[in-house]
Design a protein around this ligand. Sequence first.
Ligand code: FAD
Length: 452
Amino acid sequence: MKVGTISFFGRELPIIWDIDCVVVGGGTGGAATAIAALDEGIQTLVIEKTISLGGTQTNALVSPMMPTFVKGQRVNQLIIERLHKEQIDTFDGTTACSWFNVETLSYVLEQLIIERGGHLLYDANYVDCLKEGKQITHIIVNTCNGLVAIKGKTFVDATADAVLSRTAAVPVESGNQDGQNQQISFRFEMGGIDIAALREFILSRNEKFCQIKNPMFFEIVMVPGNGHVLESFFQKGLLNGDLEEEDLRYFQAFTQPGKPTVMSFNCPHIPDIYQTTDPVLRSEAVSKGRMMIRRLSNFLTNYIPGFKHAYLLKEATQLGIRESYRIIGQYVLSETDYVNRARFNDGIARGDWYIDVHSVSEEKVEKARFSRGEYYEIPYRSLITHEVNNLIIVGRHVSSTFLMQASLRIQPTIRDMAQAAGLACAYSITHNVDLNKIDGAFLKQQLVEMGE
Ligand SMILES: Cc1cc2nc3c(=O)[nH]c(=O)nc-3n(C[C@H](O)[C@H](O)[C@H](O)COP(=O)(O)OP(=O)(O)OC[C@H]3O[C@@H](n4cnc5c(N)ncnc54)[C@H](O)[C@@H]3O)c2cc1C
């Protein structure tokens, strides 16, 4: 399909789409925004650089969806219901986490978009945008057929790294007061584990970590000095030269619904790399992490009962980046708003997760967790900018401080923002009003009427 051409640095590029809403990035936030926008009846296209939806959830192997007691959250509920239809038991019987496996989740997200008539452009890397004044007119994407252009009316930056916003000249910030970003992880999965034997071995030694009674579920952890059963085995591995000191920083793994012999590992934490915006350091983190994964998986098969016939099944295809750039939008949500359980006239999403900061330097963190039912609101102004009229931002890179980002970045909260962003894009199209001129209080009211 070609709807014209456009000049880009002296080259004529084909325009392959002209569409209401262009979502750049098909991760948690992007996929949910597309679903919400499609439900409002506008034509929507998702541009994704990999070939699966879910982003950090699926490609970085990050599960589970953290608990939230915020009511509503229609898109979240929709996704969970569809996981159930695919025979995925999301509920462990004890915690309020929602479990999934990555293959089913990316399939479910894709189906939810296709069924609504949405379009997907995979293997397509956003490169740049063209603007007329404060309006983005086209984006430039690198595909298997080289550079192409896409024309749109509204644009969603769901890249998690503010890629679209930065090229559109939206100001950003990154890291803490020392310019350091949060800890990077590189997650992996192992298969062929005898979970029953592992459970028997761990529980017979009085490990108290796994509180979940569901026999279909199990989790293990090792944090040095916390008295975990696995610690002496890790120390032995270290003594024998099979592990290195950095492998003992943090170790955690849990089972995955629908994959009976598989565990997913919430580790290793990559040591000594605290800049997630530096492409060279990100690459070093990959190589470093891959070596650590090899050591850990070999160690487990050789030292831990239940792992004798286990094997490294999968490494994440994306690093576990907790935080990189954050846009500076019309309102910067802060830890003061967290403490105050802030309410806003344009509060279009809600968060209740604590400030879960994986920082490398000491932070003065507000440690208090919310009681069930308490929440803070995220104002619409944190998703829009002064610089670009037809752009909205959804994901871990919305306008917030370093510490506040550590609360709002969890998956259900991002999807809550996405619900509002999809609605805003539709409103912008149908009422011909710029995204950054929409009355956020009106949007909030619309969401309330929708049961959000
Ligand atoms: C190690 C780790 C553990 C975590 N643990 C949990 C947890 O247990 N529970 C929980 O709820 N949350 C957890 N989180 C937080 C949560 O998973 C993330 O914050 C959230 O998934 C991010 O969603 P997002 O939509 O902002 O970004 P992503 O899901 O990363 O989506 C960004 C998408 O944009 C695409 N993209 C980027 N650049 C381009 C481009 N130029 N062109 C095209 N596409 C592009 C990417 O491929 C990706 O698909 C964790 C995060 C990490 C890193």
